[in-house]
Design a protein around this ligand. Structure first.
Ligand code: PMP
Ligand code: GLU
Length: 396
């Protein structure tokens, strides 16, 4: 007999993994599917980082680390935040976790009481709303649109704030829209938040380096809200280290202590080998990684051009991260091969089953009219995927 808790009953499966698992199953059946589902760089980990991991094994880094991570790793993170973002953090303000996913969960665990509200500009990354729910909080969504490049304004934010608002959680660069908040936009948001000292901004900057338009801005750079901000970042995207599971938060010290407390009861410090290797990785700069970023930019331009020829797809040119989030509402209400398309998730499934291209429906990202494609895939696969979709949609 199944005896789930209410908490688990409230929870949805992560759609990024649901769709990538479906692709895996179809591939196992011998079907030639192109997967643009999971967002992860298709590059290898830089050689010096791999060597550092091998060295760490040989040096017997095989015991528990301090719960928030090795001190020299936290210092390397503090140095990176100074170098790239002009942010000053002490190692005691940093907690290293099993991926940025756990870093976000730690911060939410530390902040959210039952009934507290967390503001999420939609579209948002799939796990945000589910994590808020797990903590007993309520997400309050701010609608955005293609016309505003899927970005909230400071005015929208202020309207969404209530006495119950505990946090605002967003990513810039944004997964799934590829949008990027400018200095002026973040300044306006910071000015609003500074008026409400009970609110913490959780600023997910994991795609920091994958930005094609210029310098990354962290909202923590505005001194008036430094004490109200938790910066989230990690090794997964910039260094193609998704499987190594290292992320981190940089917070005011009281919040960092709470992350340490939570993590100490849940997982302990993250994998020691990956931590040692991360110290070496953080010595690399955005320039050292430009070969990946240049390749992503080239692929983005390629897909953008090809997508223009696909019927029913409306999209802005994404400025950062490695996702397209086209509006496909043209197909909603139509019947494709006998199946009624009720929303973007149905359309994503139809693309998978009929065109053998995997993507993720937008509902779990907070927008049921859009689908998400990761373009962290080979040019060959991207060209073929767009060809299949164009062919499939041309008569609908
Ligand atoms: N934030 C965003 C916006 C993401 O896309 C991801 C996906 N990996 C994460 C956080 C979590 O990253 P990880 O746990 O691999 O560090
Ligand atoms: N963050 C990636 C994505 O959005 C990886 C999958 C996940 O962690 O949800 O596809």
């Amino acid at each position: 007999m199944e005896r789930y808790s209410d908490r688990v009953n409230r929870l949805s499966y992560s759609q990024t993994f649901v769709m990538s698992n479906k692709v895996r199953e179809m591939k196992a059946e011998g079907i030639d599917v192109i997967s643009l589902t999971l967002g992860e760089p298709d590059f290898n980990v830089p050689t010096i980082v791999k060597q550092a991991a091998i060295q760490a094994i040989n040096d017997n880094y095989s015991h528990y680390s301090p719960v928030p991570g090795f001190l020299d790793l936290r210092q390397a993170i503090a140095d990176k935040l100074k170098r790239d973002n002009n942010l000053t953090y002490m190692p005691t303000q940093i907690c290293v976790s099993n991926g940025a996913k756990q870093s976000i969960m730690n911060v939410l665990s530390a902040l959210i009481n039952d009934g507290d509200e967390v503001i999420l500009p939609a579209p948002y990354w799939v796990s945000y709303d589910e994590m808020v729910k797990m903590m007993g909080g309520t997400s309050v969504f701010i609608e955005t649109s293609l016309e505003t490049d899927f970005k909230m304004t400071a005015e929208q934010l202020e309207k969404a704030i209530t006495p119950k608002t505990k946090a605002i959680l967003y990513s810039s660069p944004c997964n799934p829209s590829g949008s990027f908040y400018t200095y002026e936009e973040l300044k306006a948001i910071a000015t609003v938040v500074a008026k409400y000292p009970q609110i913490t901004i959780i600023s997910d900057e994991i795609y920091e380096y994958i930005n094609y338009i210029g310098k990354h801005i962290s909202i923590a750079e505005f001194p008036e809200i430094y004490e109200q901000t938790a910066v989230i970042n990690g090794m997964s995207k910039a260094f193609a280290m998704t499987g190594w599971r290292i992320g981190y938060s940089a917070c005011p010290e009281w919040l960092a202590k709470a992350c340490d407390k939570v993590q100490g009861q849940v997982t302990s410090g993250p994998n020691t080998i990956a931590q040692r290797a991360s110290i070496v990785a953080l010595g690399l700069t955005k320039d050292d990684l430009s070969y990946m970023i240049d390749a992503f930019e080239k692929r983005r331009n390629l897909v953008y051009e090809l997508m223009k020829d696909i019927k029913g797809f409306k999209c802005n040119l994404p400025k950062s991260a490695f996702y397209f989030f086209p509006d496909i509402s043209y197909f909603i209400g139509k019947t494709i091969n006998g199946t009624l398309i009720r929303d973007a998730d149905d359309f994503a499934m139809s693309l998978l089953v009929n065109a053998h291209v995997g993507c993720v429906g937008g509902t779990s990202f907070g927008n049921p009219n859009c689908i998400r494609f990761s373009y962290a895939a080979s040019e060959e696969d991207l060209i073929e995927a767009m060809r299949r979709i164009k062919e499939f949609t041309k008569d609908i």
